[in-house]
Design a protein around this ligand. Structure first.
Ligand code: NAD
Ligand code: UD1
Length: 341
């Protein structure tokens, strides 16, 4: 049964959510956004409208707010939920673990409760490659062990996965998809939406683009003595528009019938920090000053996906390569040096 009506997108004004909202609209869905704007700006909605010609119905509310969520489910005949809302900064989660457990697990619990009360059976959940911890082998497949993680952020993702897996067992009429994202980078090719971190970025690509735009003096490459081809860490960088399309393909899978599915969403290609920096310089003809700095605590040497399962079951295949990612990240940053304002 095709989902003809509405897809509730929690966290739909955020980085991955806003790109997914565009993909949903382009594929004939009617996204309804709920976002408390703790890490987003209302300008994202204006930009979504500019790109897609549609201004989705949007509620500025916290997913933990039961009354508000009741209102949203009452006012809209929702077919499925895509649950992006969550806090995602690893370092902050170590400093403020309770905030992370309350927000990430608390929002999921309220959402699942309201879904049940309103007979909404389908959910797509934003998990992360971080659930694999330090993988024993790469590329990582979905059946590899999860749970040996070392920070509260990662633990919230693991706990939510366990809740969803238990629910799927208990109620076979549910359609549940757990998507484990690798490293999303890039931006919409229009340059109108992209990643807009608060303060100094923690992640590599936004740091690189802020060096490129002159907001930061140089990049620190965290460690060049890892057992990899150039000594720097390997990650699986996926264009955010490919990731967004993965959600549409996942919805189509859930439309075919209930059950639990788990997919890695990455490119199946590992790229070192220095390879990414060089690709950025070449793609954009810009020099990125960098220096080798000590390793960052908690970093793992190598993390990249085997995405065969998503390809076989939902036809997921990336269309953008690392050069496209570097071009689109820079296009976004140079057009919006101060992010969304
Ligand atoms: P983001 O911070 O840009 O988007 C999350 C959105 O959720 C924000 O707009 C924020 O305002 C909103 N939000 C947070 N808590 C909320 C709450 N309680 N109620 C309502 N809205 C709330 O992050 P993103 O990069 O788009 O990530 C989306 C999801 O994907 C997150 O769950 C994140 O953990 C997961 N994820 C992200 C990455 C990544 O590298 N970006 C990797 C793996 C998984
Ligand atoms: C980080 C998070 C992870 C999360 C992922 C995607 C940590 C320890 N892990 O992982 O939980 O799922 O983001 O959001 O924070 N690097 C530099 N200089 C920088 C920034 C990064 O050299 O200024 C290096 C890092 O050491 C790493 C690589 O670049 O080797 C990628 O870093 P990052 O973008 O933070 O992603 P992850 O380390 O994969």
């Amino acid at each position: 049964m095709a989902f003809k009506n509405k897809i509730l997108v929690t966290g739909g004004l955020g980085y991955i959510g806003s790109h997914t909202v565009i993909s949903l609209i382009e594929n004939g869905y009617d996204p309804i956004i709920v976002d408390n704007m703790c890490n987003s700006k209302i300008e994202a909605l204006n930009r979504i409208e500019k790109i897609s010609g549609v201004r989705p119905n949007t509620y500025i509310a916290d997913v933990r707010d039961e009354e508000k969520m009741e209102q949203i489910f009452k006012e809209n005949k929702i077919d499925a939920v895509i649950h992006f809302a969550g806090l995602k900064a690893v370092g902050e989660s170590v400093q403020k673990p309770k905030l992370y457990y309350d927000n990430n697990i608390g929002s999921t619990e309220v959402l699942l409760k309201k879904m049940k009360e309103h007979g909404v059976k389908n959910i797509v959940f934003s998990s992360s490659a971080t659930v694999y911890g330090n993988p024993k082998k790469v590329p990582i497949v979905e059946s590899d062990p999860i749970g040996e993680v070392t920070n509260p952020y990662a633990d919230t993702k693991v706990q939510i996965e366990y809740i969803l897996q238990a629910l799927a067992k208990q109620d076979p009429s549910l359609g549940i998809a757990i998507l484990r994202y690798f490293n999303p980078i890039g931006a919409h090719p229009s340059g109108l939406i992209g990643e807009d971190p608060r303060g100094i970025p923690n992640n590599l690509m936004p740091y690189v683009t802020q060096v490129a735009v002159g907001k930061l003096p140089e990049l620190n490459v965290f460690g060049n003595d890892y057992p990899t081809r150039d000594g720097t860490c390997i990650r699986d960088y996926i264009h955010v528009c490919d990731l967004a399309r993965g959600h549409v393909l996942t919805l189509k899978k859930l439309e075919q019938g209930p059950g639990l599915v788990i997919y890695n969403l990455g490119t199946s290609v590992g790229t070192t920090v220095l390879e990414l920096v060089n690709a950025f310089m070449k793609a954009n003809n810009i020099t990125i000053p960098y220096k080798i700095a000590p390793r960052r605590a908690g970093d793992i040497p190598e993390c990249y996906a085997n995405c065969d399962k998503a390809y076989k079951e939902i036809g997921f295949k990336t269309q953008y390569n690392i050069v496209d990612c570097c071009r689109d990240s820079w296009n976004w940053q140079k057009k919006n040096p101060n992010g969304l304002n």
